[in-house]
Write a protein of this length. Sequence first.
Length: 116
Amino acid sequence: MMKTYHIILAVLTVCVLAGIQMQPTDHGMQPVSVITPQDSARLADIPPFSTALVWTNDTGSQVAGTVAADFDADANDEVAVILQNGTLLLYDENSNLLWRLRLGSTPYAIAAMDGT
């Protein structure tokens, strides 16, 4: 008599041998061009949208995450950047540094929430 894990192993083996792969449901999707640090001024081509490098800034440390939101309720989005050295930066829409806060710990991600 086959045990449950025998059946699971058999199904996994068949899937691997058959080469079953997940296919995207939207066939209109195109590959994304990634901007590398060596080619930072090149435009990214992300169909059906076109994006461009708006501004850059040297943070002095590796970026752990970014989020854009209206943090000060002025109807303009600001960009919050969390660095691997534990620093939180806030930039306005023109890349001006609004403030810098040393958190004292190593962050892994950042997110914006609507507190209303």
